[in-house]
Design a protein around this ligand. Structure first.
Ligand code: SDX
Length: 393
């Protein structure tokens, strides 16, 4: 899109990096993965094809896709020691704490044999992370509810396999609902990458020192956990449950506008989008499809969310501040309908964003001009001289 706009020097001086992976136009509400509009990818592609696109820069043909999917499937299991590592956590640990620990622990398993200057090793690290994240997220859930781990079922596609690991048990046959599996696949596509957001910048900065890529992704997971970032979907659902009824919406809109109140409307506003987040519209459609498939079209939370969105979009404060729903506004409702526990919403976000993180890491580490990141500061402290000991002052 460089032909469509001219870089202003000021922009380049503040730009964190150059990248050809994802493009966002915050004013127009546009999002492109490798030049393809998110609206087209969400309709015509599945998550494995989008993973291939983000990693390799092109959509795969049938042969490339089959090889890619097979490669991912050959890495879906985790080392049994990782399974034992999970046992060290309290059962009521927040899943994001478990994910940070588990993915960080993968760096202990893939380090000595990993040469990040070797493109093949970098590709294998990427495939391992894409493949193992669903297994680890589902393990964290099963561990928290005291059920046995469900091992990956490689005859299923990515999202269906995740649902089986989440909701299947050793004693019952479980067939994922294909409509719901497709909806989950679309949720993963919508969260796959988003330019230089906080967690991606964390991964790039950590990776710029040459650190182990598994440890860098663990750093990205830690950053995503925050309620101002990936934790907003969990916070948004809790907010909707707290509001409870449409009659209380004005009270919360008022609080969101009150500078003396730290309350922010979760799922609204964005560092870059000053227009509708294109993902929010697609997430609303996906939410509608899932609720209809489950016969929950009268879901009170969905109705409350749509009314809250309508009122906020008509409010002069939100209009003036250019605050629109973001990707997190509907994702909590649809994930709750899919049976995903609230605390795991950000874990799903991390599972989806792993491909974005690793593609951005790969782009950075493969750049011969790449140097270690070293943000500067504006020093606001004093300059002083040491005076002799107190008794001489
Ligand atoms: C994600 O960066 C990414 O790409 C992130 C992400 C990704 O895919 O990686 O898109 C995922 O993190 C989406 C954002 C999820 N977070 C939330 O929904 C939490 C609620 N949103 C806010 O915390 C907030 O909107 C931020 C943190 C997202 C952005 O905050 P900014 O940078 O302050 O937004 P802004 O500059 O546009 O704010 C303008 C004004 C400010 O007030 P003033 O200083 O002008 O008086 O609007 C206010 C803000 O305080 N404001 C809000 C608000 N968001 C901004 N007021 C009430 N409710 C809100 N949600």
């Amino acid at each position: 899109k460089t032909g469509a706009f001219t870089f202003d020097p000021g922009f380049m001086s503040t730009a964190a990096c150059k990248s050809s992976i994802t493009y966002i136009d915050g004013d127009k509400g546009e999002l492109l993965y490798r030049g393809y509009a998110i609206e087209e990818l969400a309709v015509h592609c599945d998550f494995m094809e989008v993973c291939y696109l983000l990693k390799h820069g092109e959509l795969p043909n049938a042969v490339q896709k089959a090889a890619w999917v097979q490669d991912v499937k050959s890495h879906t299991m985790v080392h049994e020691q990782i399974t034992r590592f999970m046992q060290g956590f309290r059962r009521d640990s927040h899943p994001m704490a478990v994910l940070v620990g588990m993915v960080g622990a993968l760096s202990a398993f893939y380090h000595d044999s990993l040469d990040i200057n070797n493109p093949e090793h970098r590709l294998t690290a990427a495939v391992r992370l894409i493949a193992k994240m669903p297994t680890i997220v589902a393990m964290a859930y099963k561990y928290s509810i005291g059920q046995p781990t469900m091992y990956p079922c490689n005859k299923l596609d990515y999202s269906a396999n995740f649902m089986k690991m989440m909701f299947g048990t050793p004693c019952e046959d479980y067939e994922p609902n294909p409509v719901l599996a497709r909806a989950l696949d679309r949720i993963l596509i919508l969260h796959a990458d988003h330019e230089q957001n906080a967690s991606t910048s964390t991964v790039r900065l950590a990776g710029s020192s040459g650190a182990n890529p598994f440890a860098c992704i663990a750093a990205g997971i830690a950053c995503l956990w925050g309620p101002a970032h990936g934790g907003a979907n969990e916070a948004c659902l809790k907010m909707l449950e707290e509001i409870g009824d449409v009659s209380r919406v004005p009270e919360y809109i008022k609080r969101a506008k009150d500078k003396n109140d730290s309350f922010k409307l979760m799922g609204f506003g964005h560092r870059v989008y000053k227009n509708f987040d294109p993902r929010a519209k697609l997430m609303r459609e996906t939410c509608h499809e899932v609720l209809n498939e489950l016969g929950l079209h009268d879901d009170p939370l969905f109705k409350l969310a749509m009314e809250l969105e309508r009122i906020a979009l008509e409010d002069e404060y939100f209009i003036e501040k250019k605050l629109y729903p973001n990707v997190d506004f509907y994702s909590g409702i649809v994930q709750k309908a899919l049976g995903i526990p609230t605390q795991l919403f950000t874990g799903i976000f991390a599972m989806a964003r792993t491909i974005g993180w690793i593609a951005q890491w790969h782009e950075m580490i493969g750049d011969p001009e790449q140097k270690i990141g070293r943000p500067r500061q504006l020093y606001t402290g004093a300059e002083r001289r040491v005076v002799p000991p107190m008794d001489q002052r």
